[in-house]
Write a protein that binds this ligand. Sequence first.
Ligand code: AN7
Length: 354
Amino acid sequence: MSGAHLWRGILEEYADRMPVTADTPVVTLREGGTPLIHSEELSERTGCEVHLKFDGSNPTGSFKDRGMTVAISKAKEAGAQAVICASTGNTSASAAAYAGKAGMTCGVVVPKGKIALGKLAQALVHGAKVIQIDGNFDEALILSRELADAYPVELVNSVNPYRIDGQRTGAWEICDQLGSAPDVHVMPVGNAGNITAYWRGYQEYSADGVTDRLPVMRGYQAAGAAPLVLGHPVEQPQTIATAIRIGNPASWQPAVDAAAESGGSIRSVTDREIIAAFRLIARHGVFAEMASAASVAGLLQLHEAGEIEPGQRIVCVLTGHGLKDPEWAISGAAEPVTIPADRDAAARELGLEA
Ligand code: AN7
């Protein structure tokens, strides 16, 4: 026996903590088990031990797969033929993939022109029916809820409790990887399901004695889409981080509670801070999408404000992969050079000397 262990996906790895029985048809793409990457750069800057939980390495490139494997498996168990979701992009990509695997029809409702091209491509290749609306995510979610109320179609947004159930596994993996919860947990916040899920996950592990501590939860919205910071919905949310361009989060209260109960906060970072954080981690080998970089931007903001004690163990969640939206990456980068196919010309470009 080689002793190799191949990750089976969150429903099987965490079966005893999941709402599944022997009768549940598990629909999985072997999601979860994502890397926790130590960041030398961020650790040095902050005087802390900083890790990046890279959920961009999930099968469809975002954390949504953790919740979707549960939601689609339970929908299939209940005999659903079709699922629907509203999305800023990643939920639609994930729903389309898992519905495709399950042999179910999938409809996705997205704000026209406001989702990253890679995410739209995913929904299309996986065979979802893509409906664009002249409106934002919040309006798309209202429409999707109305559809699910009036027609035989299962809603798989994070208002579906199975989504939150699955997303708790991110917290468990971090504890399993570190041996306990971190001191500080930093993450982006949009519709606010993920911060709700992480806090529940940490609390459950704590209640069961798997972790000896709970983290301080620090959530970050984009400044132009920061209803939880302002304390009221935002009619016209604006940010380059389209994944979190959300003005009226569905999990509003549990997210606010998670921040308060943990002694943490939900604050905002500007698009400028997000881009700077995006570039910083990309230069050090990790390509996450703009919305994900809000977590790192938040950590740097906390550090600059002197609110991070040195020596703490910190995890920043990177929720989605940068390849979903290469436009922003390319627009800020140097133009590639073009030269003849010649060794010495290439050496000159690279600044090499014989
Ligand atoms: C990369 O896909 O809402 O606070 O419809 O794609 O749980 O909403 C995406 C959200 C963070 C925010 N990072 O998480 C959708 C959608 C990325 C995201 C969030 C999203 P929540």
